[in-house]
Write a protein that binds this ligand. Structure first.
Ligand SMILES: [Zn+2]
Length: 161
């Protein structure tokens, strides 16, 4: 029987062997790395890590703007806050050196699925591959592909997000 990938396949179970492809919470993983002494996260609070992964909430942006910027009127401030989130982020980054955009996309979880890129064929993932049963699926159609792509011996199952 042929299997096909669902839309949210990266965090579901393998349609072929049933193994769990969800690689866990990105925030929890980074907090764990910090607690184990990883230099990149040194001195970062749990909240700093959450902001790094998910970005700032509207309330956090509002509080920052309220404390650090001055406007001629409440209306001017509202006008600033009504801008596209990207424009607000750029302004805060260039003027205050704070990064309010998250570095990851929802659902902020790792996936164990392996993205297979074939050099000379396409600049990006062409196949998704289960790390456990090694079955592969076409990236565009979601259909099973009969291929034989060996898993690199140094493969780590936390590289995809
Ligand atoms: Zn599988």
């Amino acid at each position: 029987m042929s299997t096909k990938l669902s839309d949210n396949f990266q965090h579901e179970t393998c349609p072929n062997c049933g193994s769990n492809w969800d690689g866990g919470s990105i925030i929890e993983e980074f907090i764990r790395q910090r607690d184990e002494g990883n230099q990149f996260w040194k001195d970062k609070t749990d909240d700093d890590i959450r902001k790094y992964v998910e970005g700032w909430t509207d309330d956090e942006i509002l509080a920052f703007v309220d404390q650090n910027m001055s406007f001629d009127s409440e209306e001017e401030m509202q006008k600033f806050l009504m801008q596209d989130r990207k424009d607000i982020s750029w302004h805060l980054y260039s003027n205050f050196n704070v990064k309010v955009q998250g570095s990851y996309s929802p659902p902020y979880r790792f996936s164990r699925v392996i993205g297979v890129e074939i050099q000379g064929m396409y600049d990006g993932v062409s196949y998704w591959k289960c790390p456990d049963c090694e079955k592969t699926w076409n990236r565009w159609t979601g259909e099973e592909e009969i291929t034989s792509i060996p898993t690199h011996p140094n493969y780590s199952d936390r590289i995809n997000s």
